[in-house]
Design a protein around this ligand. Sequence first.
Ligand SMILES: *Cc1c(COP(=O)(O)O)cnc(C)c1O
Length: 339
Amino acid sequence: MTIDLRSDTLTQPTEEMKAAMMAAPTGDDVYGEDPSVNALQEYAAALLGMEAALFCPSGTMCNQIGIRLAAGPLTEVICDQYAHIYRYEVGGIAANAGASVRLIAGDRGRLTAARVAAEINPIEMHHPRSCLVSLENTSNKGGGSCYELEEIQAIHALCRQHGLRMHLDGARLFNALVATGQHARQYGQYFDTISICLSKGLGAPVGSLLLCSREELPAALRLRKVMGGGMRQAGYLAAAGLYALKHHISRLEEDHRRARILGQALASKNGIAEVLPVETNIVVFKPEPAWMEPQALIARLAAANIKISNFGGGYLRMVTHLDISDEMIERVVDVLQAC
Ligand SMILES: *Cc1c(COP(=O)(O)O)cnc(C)c1O
Protein backbone atom coordinates (compact mmCIF):
# COMPACT_ATOMS: atom_id res chain seq x y z
CA MET A 1 0.00 0.00 0.00
CA THR A 2 1.49 3.35 -1.08
CA ILE A 3 0.30 6.32 0.96
CA ASP A 4 0.74 9.45 -1.09
CA LEU A 5 0.46 12.60 1.00
CA ARG A 6 2.45 14.84 -1.35
CA SER A 7 -0.59 16.69 -2.67
CA ASP A 8 -4.38 16.65 -2.97
CA THR A 9 -3.94 16.86 -6.75
CA LEU A 10 -3.06 13.14 -6.85
CA THR A 11 -6.59 11.76 -6.48
CA GLN A 12 -8.09 9.31 -8.94
CA PRO A 13 -11.71 9.77 -10.04
CA THR A 14 -14.15 7.51 -8.19
CA GLU A 15 -16.28 4.97 -10.06
CA GLU A 16 -19.33 7.26 -9.67
CA MET A 17 -17.38 10.21 -11.04
CA LYS A 18 -16.17 8.16 -14.00
CA ALA A 19 -19.74 7.07 -14.70
CA ALA A 20 -20.82 10.74 -14.68
CA MET A 21 -17.97 11.56 -17.08
CA MET A 22 -18.80 8.81 -19.55
CA ALA A 23 -22.48 9.76 -19.55
CA ALA A 24 -21.77 13.45 -20.21
CA PRO A 25 -23.34 15.05 -23.27
CA THR A 26 -20.66 17.08 -25.06
CA GLY A 27 -20.23 19.67 -27.79
CA ASP A 28 -17.58 22.14 -28.92
CA ASP A 29 -16.99 24.48 -26.01
CA VAL A 30 -15.10 27.04 -28.11
CA TYR A 31 -18.48 27.50 -29.82
CA GLY A 32 -20.07 27.62 -26.34
CA GLU A 33 -21.98 24.47 -27.27
CA ASP A 34 -20.87 21.93 -24.69
CA PRO A 35 -23.93 21.32 -22.47
CA SER A 36 -21.86 19.75 -19.69
CA VAL A 37 -19.43 22.67 -19.56
CA ASN A 38 -22.34 25.10 -19.58
CA ALA A 39 -24.07 23.20 -16.76
CA LEU A 40 -20.90 23.25 -14.65
CA GLN A 41 -20.35 26.97 -15.25
CA GLU A 42 -23.94 27.86 -14.34
CA TYR A 43 -23.88 25.67 -11.23
CA ALA A 44 -20.58 27.13 -9.98
CA ALA A 45 -21.59 30.73 -10.62
CA ALA A 46 -24.82 30.27 -8.64
CA LEU A 47 -22.97 28.43 -5.86
CA LEU A 48 -20.54 31.31 -5.34
CA GLY A 49 -22.95 34.15 -5.90
CA MET A 50 -21.20 35.31 -9.08
CA GLU A 51 -22.75 36.09 -12.47
CA ALA A 52 -20.55 33.98 -14.72
CA ALA A 53 -17.98 31.19 -14.70
CA LEU A 54 -15.40 29.98 -17.20
CA PHE A 55 -14.05 26.41 -17.24
CA CYS A 56 -10.26 26.33 -17.65
CA PRO A 57 -7.64 23.59 -17.71
CA SER A 58 -5.79 24.80 -14.59
CA GLY A 59 -5.94 27.02 -11.55
CA THR A 60 -2.92 28.87 -12.83
CA MET A 61 -4.80 29.87 -15.97
CA CYS A 62 -7.80 31.05 -13.93
CA ASN A 63 -5.60 33.15 -11.66
CA GLN A 64 -3.72 34.62 -14.58
CA ILE A 65 -6.91 35.57 -16.40
CA GLY A 66 -8.28 37.14 -13.22
CA ILE A 67 -5.09 39.14 -12.73
CA ARG A 68 -4.91 40.18 -16.39
CA LEU A 69 -8.47 41.50 -16.23
CA ALA A 70 -7.38 43.87 -13.45
CA ALA A 71 -3.72 44.63 -14.08
CA GLY A 72 -1.48 45.79 -16.91
CA PRO A 73 1.77 47.67 -17.45
CA LEU A 74 2.41 50.50 -14.95
CA THR A 75 0.13 48.91 -12.37
CA GLU A 76 0.83 46.86 -9.26
CA VAL A 77 -0.72 43.74 -7.72
CA ILE A 78 -0.70 43.42 -3.93
CA CYS A 79 -0.41 39.92 -2.45
CA ASP A 80 1.22 37.93 0.31
CA GLN A 81 4.89 36.99 -0.13
CA TYR A 82 3.93 33.32 -0.21
CA ALA A 83 1.05 33.69 -2.69
CA HIS A 84 0.79 30.98 -5.32
CA ILE A 85 0.21 33.68 -7.96
CA TYR A 86 3.66 35.07 -7.16
CA ARG A 87 5.71 31.99 -6.25
CA TYR A 88 4.36 29.16 -8.35
CA GLU A 89 2.98 30.67 -11.54
CA VAL A 90 6.29 31.12 -13.33
CA GLY A 91 6.29 34.89 -13.02
CA GLY A 92 3.01 35.06 -14.92
CA ILE A 93 2.02 38.39 -13.38
CA ALA A 94 4.92 39.96 -15.28
CA ALA A 95 4.67 37.74 -18.35
CA ASN A 96 0.89 37.94 -18.85
CA ALA A 97 -0.11 41.26 -17.31
CA GLY A 98 3.18 43.18 -17.44
CA ALA A 99 2.42 44.38 -13.93
CA SER A 100 4.63 44.81 -10.90
CA VAL A 101 3.99 43.05 -7.59
CA ARG A 102 3.94 44.40 -4.04
CA LEU A 103 4.60 41.62 -1.53
CA ILE A 104 3.37 41.66 2.06
CA ALA A 105 4.79 39.46 4.83
CA GLY A 106 1.41 38.33 6.14
CA ASP A 107 0.32 35.90 8.83
CA ARG A 108 0.64 32.38 7.43
CA GLY A 109 -0.20 33.64 3.96
CA ARG A 110 -3.02 35.93 5.04
CA LEU A 111 -3.27 39.71 4.67
CA THR A 112 -5.09 42.20 6.86
CA ALA A 113 -6.73 45.47 5.84
CA ALA A 114 -4.18 47.40 7.91
CA ARG A 115 -1.24 45.73 6.15
CA VAL A 116 -2.78 46.27 2.72
CA ALA A 117 -3.56 49.94 3.50
CA ALA A 118 0.13 50.58 4.15
CA GLU A 119 1.10 49.23 0.71
CA ILE A 120 -1.35 51.07 -1.54
CA ASN A 121 0.65 53.55 -3.58
CA PRO A 122 -0.24 57.23 -3.60
CA ILE A 123 -1.44 58.36 -7.02
CA GLU A 124 1.70 60.12 -8.13
CA MET A 125 3.96 59.99 -11.19
CA HIS A 126 6.69 57.77 -9.74
CA HIS A 127 4.54 54.87 -8.56
CA PRO A 128 2.87 52.02 -10.36
CA ARG A 129 -0.88 52.36 -9.81
CA SER A 130 -2.09 49.86 -7.17
CA CYS A 131 -4.89 48.05 -8.96
CA LEU A 132 -5.57 44.66 -7.40
CA VAL A 133 -5.43 42.85 -4.07
CA SER A 134 -5.21 39.09 -4.43
CA LEU A 135 -6.03 36.84 -1.46
CA GLU A 136 -5.46 33.09 -1.18
CA ASN A 137 -7.96 31.03 0.85
CA THR A 138 -6.87 28.58 2.08
CA SER A 139 -3.23 29.60 1.91
CA ASN A 140 -1.09 26.72 0.69
CA LYS A 141 2.23 28.03 2.04
CA GLY A 142 0.43 29.09 5.21
CA GLY A 143 -0.33 25.43 5.88
CA GLY A 144 -3.98 25.57 4.81
CA SER A 145 -4.82 28.65 6.91
CA CYS A 146 -8.27 30.26 6.47
CA TYR A 147 -9.51 33.85 6.43
CA GLU A 148 -12.11 35.22 8.82
CA LEU A 149 -14.94 36.72 6.79
CA GLU A 150 -14.60 39.97 8.78
CA GLU A 151 -11.04 40.43 7.50
CA ILE A 152 -12.14 39.90 3.91
CA GLN A 153 -14.92 42.44 4.46
CA ALA A 154 -12.44 44.96 5.85
CA ILE A 155 -10.03 44.48 2.93
CA HIS A 156 -12.96 44.78 0.54
CA ALA A 157 -14.08 48.08 2.09
CA LEU A 158 -10.52 49.41 1.79
CA CYS A 159 -10.26 48.34 -1.84
CA ARG A 160 -13.58 49.98 -2.74
CA GLN A 161 -12.42 53.20 -1.10
CA HIS A 162 -9.22 53.24 -3.18
CA GLY A 163 -10.65 51.84 -6.41
CA LEU A 164 -8.73 48.55 -6.24
CA ARG A 165 -10.12 45.28 -7.46
CA MET A 166 -10.12 42.01 -5.51
CA HIS A 167 -9.15 38.55 -6.77
CA LEU A 168 -9.46 35.34 -4.77
CA ASP A 169 -7.17 32.40 -5.42
CA GLY A 170 -9.65 29.88 -4.08
CA ALA A 171 -7.84 26.75 -5.22
CA ARG A 172 -8.90 25.30 -1.85
CA LEU A 173 -11.79 27.65 -1.05
CA PHE A 174 -14.13 24.75 -0.22
CA ASN A 175 -11.71 23.50 2.42
CA ALA A 176 -11.90 26.97 4.00
CA LEU A 177 -15.70 27.04 3.83
CA VAL A 178 -16.08 23.61 5.42
CA ALA A 179 -13.56 24.46 8.15
CA THR A 180 -15.07 27.84 9.05
CA GLY A 181 -18.76 27.28 8.35
CA GLN A 182 -18.78 30.21 5.92
CA HIS A 183 -21.07 30.02 2.88
CA ALA A 184 -19.84 30.02 -0.70
CA ARG A 185 -22.53 32.53 -1.72
CA GLN A 186 -21.05 35.13 0.63
CA TYR A 187 -17.88 35.29 -1.44
CA GLY A 188 -19.34 36.62 -4.67
CA GLN A 189 -20.09 40.02 -3.16
CA TYR A 190 -16.46 40.71 -2.17
CA PHE A 191 -14.44 39.61 -5.18
CA ASP A 192 -14.35 40.79 -8.79
CA THR A 193 -12.83 37.45 -9.80
CA ILE A 194 -12.51 34.09 -8.03
CA SER A 195 -10.65 30.98 -9.12
CA ILE A 196 -11.53 27.56 -7.72
CA CYS A 197 -9.83 24.23 -8.40
CA LEU A 198 -11.86 21.11 -9.07
CA SER A 199 -8.76 18.92 -9.17
CA LYS A 200 -7.51 19.44 -5.61
CA GLY A 201 -9.50 18.27 -2.60
CA LEU A 202 -12.67 17.99 -4.68
CA GLY A 203 -11.12 15.07 -6.53
CA ALA A 204 -11.82 15.81 -10.21
CA PRO A 205 -9.02 14.77 -12.59
CA VAL A 206 -8.61 18.13 -14.37
CA GLY A 207 -10.06 21.60 -14.31
CA SER A 208 -10.65 24.90 -12.58
CA LEU A 209 -13.17 27.69 -12.86
CA LEU A 210 -12.76 31.44 -13.07
CA LEU A 211 -15.78 33.31 -11.73
CA CYS A 212 -16.39 36.85 -12.92
CA SER A 213 -19.13 39.30 -13.91
CA ARG A 214 -21.31 38.76 -16.98
CA GLU A 215 -19.89 41.98 -18.39
CA GLU A 216 -16.30 40.74 -18.18
CA LEU A 217 -16.96 37.26 -19.50
CA PRO A 218 -16.14 38.14 -23.14
CA ALA A 219 -12.77 39.59 -22.07
CA ALA A 220 -12.10 36.52 -19.90
CA LEU A 221 -12.97 34.27 -22.87
CA ARG A 222 -10.47 36.10 -25.08
CA LEU A 223 -7.73 35.78 -22.44
CA ARG A 224 -8.44 32.07 -22.05
CA LYS A 225 -8.16 31.69 -25.83
CA VAL A 226 -4.83 33.54 -26.11
CA MET A 227 -3.42 31.36 -23.34
CA GLY A 228 -4.41 28.30 -25.33
CA GLY A 229 -7.17 27.27 -22.96
CA GLY A 230 -10.05 27.01 -25.42
CA MET A 231 -11.06 23.33 -25.21
CA ARG A 232 -13.47 21.41 -27.43
CA GLN A 233 -15.46 18.44 -26.02
CA ALA A 234 -14.42 19.42 -22.51
CA GLY A 235 -17.74 18.18 -21.15
CA TYR A 236 -16.22 14.87 -20.05
CA LEU A 237 -13.99 16.84 -17.69
CA ALA A 238 -16.69 19.33 -16.73
CA ALA A 239 -18.98 16.44 -15.74
CA ALA A 240 -16.31 15.26 -13.29
CA GLY A 241 -16.13 18.79 -11.87
CA LEU A 242 -19.90 19.07 -11.52
CA TYR A 243 -20.00 15.68 -9.81
CA ALA A 244 -17.27 16.89 -7.43
CA LEU A 245 -19.12 20.11 -6.56
CA LYS A 246 -22.30 18.14 -5.86
CA HIS A 247 -20.80 15.24 -3.91
CA HIS A 248 -17.33 16.02 -2.59
CA ILE A 249 -17.63 19.26 -0.62
CA SER A 250 -19.00 18.19 2.75
CA ARG A 251 -16.67 15.18 2.88
CA LEU A 252 -13.68 17.57 3.04
CA GLU A 253 -14.31 17.54 6.79
CA GLU A 254 -12.95 13.97 6.80
CA ASP A 255 -9.72 15.16 5.22
CA HIS A 256 -9.47 17.87 7.88
CA ARG A 257 -10.06 15.36 10.70
CA ARG A 258 -7.32 13.11 9.30
CA ALA A 259 -4.94 16.05 8.93
CA ARG A 260 -5.55 16.96 12.58
CA ILE A 261 -4.59 13.43 13.63
CA LEU A 262 -1.31 13.76 11.71
CA GLY A 263 -0.71 17.20 13.24
CA GLN A 264 -1.27 15.86 16.77
CA ALA A 265 1.05 12.90 16.18
CA LEU A 266 3.78 15.26 15.01
CA ALA A 267 3.24 17.75 17.83
CA SER A 268 3.72 15.03 20.44
CA LYS A 269 6.83 13.61 18.82
CA ASN A 270 10.40 14.33 19.90
CA GLY A 271 12.52 15.75 17.12
CA ILE A 272 9.79 17.89 15.58
CA ALA A 273 10.62 21.58 15.99
CA GLU A 274 7.38 23.07 14.74
CA VAL A 275 3.94 22.12 13.40
CA LEU A 276 1.87 24.90 11.83
CA PRO A 277 -1.71 25.00 13.18
CA VAL A 278 -3.76 22.45 11.23
CA GLU A 279 -6.90 24.25 10.04
CA THR A 280 -7.76 22.23 6.94
CA ASN A 281 -6.16 19.38 4.95
CA ILE A 282 -2.53 20.59 4.94
CA VAL A 283 0.04 19.70 7.59
CA VAL A 284 3.29 21.68 7.48
CA PHE A 285 6.04 20.84 9.95
CA LYS A 286 9.74 21.19 10.56
CA PRO A 287 12.02 18.50 11.97
CA GLU A 288 14.80 19.62 14.34
CA PRO A 289 17.87 19.77 12.09
CA ALA A 290 19.86 18.08 14.88
CA TRP A 291 17.42 15.14 14.76
CA MET A 292 17.00 14.64 11.04
CA GLU A 293 17.37 16.63 7.83
CA PRO A 294 14.07 17.06 5.92
CA GLN A 295 15.38 15.00 3.01
CA ALA A 296 16.40 12.18 5.34
CA LEU A 297 12.90 12.03 6.86
CA ILE A 298 11.39 11.98 3.37
CA ALA A 299 13.64 9.02 2.53
CA ARG A 300 12.84 7.23 5.80
CA LEU A 301 9.10 7.53 5.11
CA ALA A 302 9.53 6.61 1.45
CA ALA A 303 11.14 3.34 2.55
CA ALA A 304 7.80 2.62 4.27
CA ASN A 305 5.87 3.58 1.10
CA ILE A 306 4.78 6.93 2.51
CA LYS A 307 5.32 9.91 0.25
CA ILE A 308 5.46 13.49 1.56
CA SER A 309 6.87 16.70 0.06
CA ASN A 310 9.75 18.96 0.82
CA PHE A 311 8.21 22.40 1.34
CA GLY A 312 11.49 24.35 1.45
CA GLY A 313 13.15 26.23 4.29
CA GLY A 314 13.40 23.08 6.41
CA TYR A 315 9.65 22.45 6.23
CA LEU A 316 7.82 19.35 5.04
CA ARG A 317 4.21 19.07 3.86
CA MET A 318 1.58 16.35 4.07
CA VAL A 319 -1.83 16.80 2.44
CA THR A 320 -4.88 14.62 3.09
CA HIS A 321 -7.38 13.96 0.30
CA LEU A 322 -10.05 11.70 -1.17
CA ASP A 323 -7.71 8.73 -1.56
CA ILE A 324 -6.38 8.79 2.02
CA SER A 325 -8.23 6.53 4.47
CA ASP A 326 -8.28 6.22 8.27
CA GLU A 327 -6.26 3.03 7.94
CA MET A 328 -3.56 4.92 6.02
CA ILE A 329 -3.44 7.64 8.66
CA GLU A 330 -2.97 5.01 11.40
CA ARG A 331 -0.10 3.54 9.43
CA VAL A 332 1.56 6.95 8.95
CA VAL A 333 1.24 7.71 12.67
CA ASP A 334 2.81 4.32 13.52
CA VAL A 335 5.69 4.82 11.11
CA LEU A 336 6.29 8.39 12.33
CA GLN A 337 6.37 7.22 15.93
CA ALA A 338 8.98 4.61 15.03
CA CYS A 339 11.21 7.12 13.20
C1 LIG B 1 -2.79 24.30 -6.99
C2 LIG B 1 -2.95 25.73 -6.75
C3 LIG B 1 -3.28 26.61 -7.79
C4 LIG B 1 -3.47 26.20 -9.23
O1 LIG B 1 -2.63 25.22 -9.66
P1 LIG B 1 -2.77 24.44 -11.05
O2 LIG B 1 -1.82 23.33 -10.83
O3 LIG B 1 -2.38 25.39 -12.10
O4 LIG B 1 -4.18 23.98 -11.20
C5 LIG B 1 -3.46 27.94 -7.48
N1 LIG B 1 -3.34 28.38 -6.22
C6 LIG B 1 -3.04 27.57 -5.20
C7 LIG B 1 -2.96 28.12 -3.82
C8 LIG B 1 -2.83 26.21 -5.42
O5 LIG B 1 -2.53 25.41 -4.39
